[in-house]
Design a protein around this ligand. Structure first.
Ligand SMILES: Cc1cc2nc3c(=O)[nH]c(=O)nc-3n(C[C@H](O)[C@H](O)[C@H](O)COP(=O)(O)O)c2cc1C
Length: 168
């Protein structure tokens, strides 16, 4: 049985809200891991990873993820899949919209992980994003500030999509 882990900060409000929705919609077992307290063993323990990575500080990872980067850069993620979601604000930070999702995708790919759950970027308005690759986002971008009403359908579609793309 392949193991799926949902990694996010339990101290967030909006990211935690999205994580709860994902958990509710998930069919099958899923463990929740607080990234603020995650051990190296926990970071390596899964086959499928769902990561909640909002963007902070004008295009940076939040501190709790940033502190884990050296550990992540020491791990071998070959054979593992990663689905990354993240909150951003496309009007407030149009030049760095959802950069965190792209930064995390690059980190796990460098360690051999496979990033799944790409989504269309058409329905957003921004100038640039590190999450964008060949016209698509390398994960799910949510915008509570400007497009909160779209959250539920975006999450629902994405959960269906990643469930099909994960290793089973
Ligand atoms: C100081 C600050 C910097 C931010 N920088 C960015 C940014 O560079 N890009 C972006 O898309 N959103 C940015 N945001 C918006 C947050 O990502 C957004 O509010 C998100 O919903 C936060 O999610 P969280 O509360 O779960 O951490 C920033 C917000 C703040 C307060």
């Amino acid at each position: 049985m392949k193991k799926t882990g949902l990694f996010y900060s339990f101290n967030t409000h909006k990211t935690a809200q999205v994580a709860q929705k994902i958990k509710e919609l998930w069919e099958g077992d899923i463990d929740e891991i607080n990234v603020e307290k995650a051990s190296d063993d926990q970071l390596m323990a899964y086959d499928n990873y769902i990561m909640g990575v909002p963007t902070w500080f004008d295009g940076e990872l939040p501190n709790y993820w940033d502190e884990l980067v050296p550990a992540l850069e020491d791990m071998n993620f070959k054979g593992k899949t990663f689905a990354i979601f993240g909150n951003g604000d496309q009007k407030g930070y149009p030049e760095n919209f959802g950069d965190g999702v792209g930064i995390m995708a690059e980190i796990v790919e460098k360690q051999g992980g496979k990033v799944i759950g790409y989504t269309e970027a058409d329905d957003y308005e921004f100038e640039s994003s590190r999450a964008l690759r060949d016209g698509k986002f390398v994960g799910l971008l949510l915008d509570f500030e400007n497009q909160a009403r779209k959250n539920n359908s975006r999450i629902k579609n994405w959960v269906k999509q990643i469930a099909n793309q994960m290793v089973s």
